[in-house]
Design a protein. Sequence first.
Length: 471
Amino acid sequence: MISIIKNNKLQKGLVFVAIAFTLQSCFVAKDYKRPEIEETENLYRTDNLPSDSLSMADVSWKTLFTDPFLNQYIEEGLQNNMDVRIAIQQMIAAEAYAKQGKAGYLPSVSLGANATHQELSKNGQFGSLFGGGIDQYDITASLSWEADVWGKIRSNKRATTANYLQSVAAHQAVKTQLISNIAITYYQLLALDSQLEITKQTIETRKNSVKTIKALKDAGLTNQVAVDQNIAQYNSARALEVDIETAIFKTENTLSILLGKSAQKFERGSLTNQKIETELKLGVPSTLLSNRPDVMAAEYNLIQSFELTNVARSNFYPSLKLTASGGFQSLDLDNLINANSLFATIVGGLTQPIFNKRNLKTQKEVALAQQEQSLLQFKKALLVAGNEVSNALFTYTSETKKFEFRKNEVEALRKAEQNSDELLKNGYATYLDLLTARQSALSAELNIIDSKLQQLVSIVNLYEALGGGWQ
């Protein structure tokens, strides 16, 4: 007889499982596949499309930058910068959710101890039997487990994992941007130092020129207007010196924030010694998918949305749950831990949602819309990445050409200034010729420094645009 009962229970259990897996054929959670993006091949706007997968992004920033001061500051920034530290905490929070998603396959287990006193009506059915009151004690363990019939738990696990990986990529993006910002700010300081040096030399030269022009006026070779114009140029250079010193002060404060430090002065090299010898290799556009942290983050966001859409679909189908409870229960505390006090309950069942105030349908529609939004954001991230690479490369090429023109301009204007000075002393030129030549020469010298700065900045921008720095 017992054998027959056991067989009947086994048969019912098999039928129950068979029904569940028959229903599963109606819905199977889909696996994510990277969407085909036609724009990938034409992301770079350049006459020489790269065919090699090697990219300068694969080079460590320690190799790219050769200035020891700059490398030291980048190292400090990666350790102390507030944005990096905030990103790390966001990554830790996302990791906790990812761990929770992985635990979705495990059952929920709880343990509790209870003491209950119930007063019964003396005129009631049980009050007359129990003297009006009942005391009951129990120690109960409960278990709840849901079978992942439709892949809902698996999809939720993948979604939380993608969210964690997105936070990791976001952290990498912060590091890449930080390295770029530190390098650009450092180069700006070096450029300002060079401009300040030239300005001080100009001030000294114009100070001597004022003495010379006064002597020429006393000799009757020029007039007071020439003297006043030279004095004005001298004071203009002094004012420019103050502006550059102010810019240096503010730029040092900017670097302090990037390094997570209080405002201070920084040791540094010189602009003329800055050399970046790494070959400017772009790599094929598809390498942006694995090098650019923001592009990777956008794809992980798409994966998360895709998996949450799977979860929203699976909510329309029945859930297979198993619950069990057991422990000790007794009316007498002294007999609580006793073999006769043992009890157990096991319940298994399918729950099919039928009417839920449109919540499930709304969740599915929202999930699909968010998935499409994430896809568009992913495509946009790729387009922006390609645009940044194109701009940085074109800027570097342009500034390299411009630098040669600036050098020729400075040489010509320096000669013009010297010749005008000699001609004025000998009475063959006016003071206006000399003033014009001097002002043009100073502007050209400041411009050539800026051109050198823009070359360095464009290389840093290209390195960041290709996804370099976080490896």
